[in-house]
Design a binder for this molecule. Structure first.
Ligand code: SF4
Length: 425
């Protein structure tokens, strides 16, 4: 199997701008550590909040090391640390990282997987910042969570910050008041996608709200509608819209809240009529998928089965045969008995890995341009070798620690999510 990183490195520079979303992807991520941005790729145009963590210079010995030597060093450090460390790898990570992971999964699966390794003093989370925060919230007090590259944020998670959401909440309270209706339902319930900061999860915990994943968003919305007249859903407008639409909520009752405009850009009546208020956020990777790509896939591969992630825009989800979380996509491919052609609308590393794992099927990414999640791509074997060797030397670098007061409320919202079981469970 050729990894995405190897593929990108092999593209001649003369055609790199046609075949990848950024020719700069071929460079080591340390080239961008000092620059205030998400790095090359799909998120390059998104604005990085000023307070975002920056990764200092990766020591030269790791920047100059060959990939082969980095892998040897990672294996040696891991062997020395033994059960004292557990390495978690998100589905969207490079293969060069995944090969060292003890667990592979989505963010919530991984946070839970860490709990099965009680001897691990350190959880090295090869994912992005909000995932490491969630792992820290769920971990035992004596466990530390490390993110190998602090610049591995998530542009979608950064689109909703605690100040803007608090301001929105106050504006909504000025219109809705705070009193429940005759059925005991409060005016609005906050729901945050797992892809959000710990501060927003805590906000939900403290305001009668809840967290959702892309696997359980419908169950969570049902939970919220039982308790509230409306939902304020952040940060991903697409997951919110696709889920609520599938539940029968009319699009005109789902206004989008623009935090840069007074009352989110709406009049009072629109907000009073709303069932779901959608935050103005999106995933830079999943918004690249288009209906044209689906049309082309159907033309070129008659009978193709198109599955997309619910972070894709609504027209794309509507045009696909199926949509679902990374876990859903994986299970759908694994469950296909007959050789099948799949066109998948999610991150390229995961799609290529599925193609290698299930050679009986033809599996390809809907987007013909190679464009990994630019922040996931910031985790390179050089950083993994560095954090592990520092642990061997008795130093914890790049620790992600959620303040106790924030963690308490965030845990409430996560526990509500766990208690809100899907109907089919
Ligand atoms: S794929 Fe999208 S939502 Fe996931 S980490 Fe990357 S930018 Fe964030």
């Amino acid at each position: 199997m050729t990894s995405v990183a190897t593929l990108i490195a092999s593209i001649p520079s003369s055609v790199a701008s046609e075949q990848t979303c950024s020719p700069a992807l071929a460079a080591g991520p340390w080239t961008f550590d000092q620059a205030p941005g998400y790095g090359p790729g799909a998120s390059l145009g998104d604005v990085l909040p000023t307070g975002s963590p920056r990764q200092g210079s990766l020591p030269e010995e790791y920047r100059n090391e060959t990939n082969e030597r980095l892998h040897e060093r990672i294996r040696a450090a891991k062997a020395t640390l033994g059960d004292r460390v557990v390495i978690l790898g998100h589905f969207y990570q490079r293969d060069e990282i995944v090969e060292h992971a003890d667990f592979l999964g989505d963010s919530f699966q991984l946070a839970n997987a860490a709990l099965t390794r009680p001897d691990a003093e350190t959880i090295v989370f090869c994912g992005v910042h909000f995932m490491a925060e969630t792992a820290d919230i769920l971990a035992r007090d004596d466990q530390r969570v490390v993110l190998p590259n602090l610049a591995a944020g998530c542009s979608m998670a950064d689109m909703a910050d605690i100040d803007s959401v608090t301001e929105c909440w106050e504006e909504l309270a000025s219109i809705y008041g705070t009193e429940p209706d005759a059925d005991g339902r409060v005016p609005v319930i906050p729901v945050t996608y797992m892809n959000s900061s710990a501060a927003l999860k805590a906000f939900c915990g403290a305001h009668g709200g809840i967290v959702c994943t892309s696997s359980n968003a419908e169950t969570v919305l049902e939970w919220a509608f039982e308790r509230g007249q409306r939902v304020l859903f952040f940060p991903d407008q697409h997951l919110g819209r696709n889920t609520a639409k599938a539940m029968g909520v009319p699009l005109e009752l789902m206004p989008m809240w623009n935090p840069r405009k007074a009352l989110g850009g709406h009049d009072e009546q629109t907000l009073l009529d709303a069932r779901v208020l959608l935050w103005h956020g999106f995933c830079s990777v999943h918004k690249r998928f288009t209906v044209d790509q689906i049309d082309r896939a159907r033309l070129e591969h008659p009978g193709v089965r198109v599955i997309v992630h619910p972070e894709c825009p609504m027209p794309v989800v509507d045009a696909a045969d199926e949509y679902g979380s990374t876990d859903y996509i994986r299970k759908a491919v694994a469950a296909a008995d007959e050789p099948t052609t799949f066109a998948i609308g999610t991150e390229i590393n995961m799609v290529n890995r599925l193609a290698a794992e299930f050679p009986q099927h033809t599996i390809f990414c809907l987007d013909p341009v190679i464009c990994p999640c630019s922040t996931m791509y910031r985790i390179h074997p050089g950083y993994l070798a560095w954090v592990l060797e520092e642990l061997v030397a008795g130093n914890t670098v790049n620790r992600i620690e959620v303040d106790d007061r924030v963690a308490v409320d965030a845990r409430v919202a996560l526990e509500r999510m766990l208690a809100a079981k899907p109907k089919a469970d």
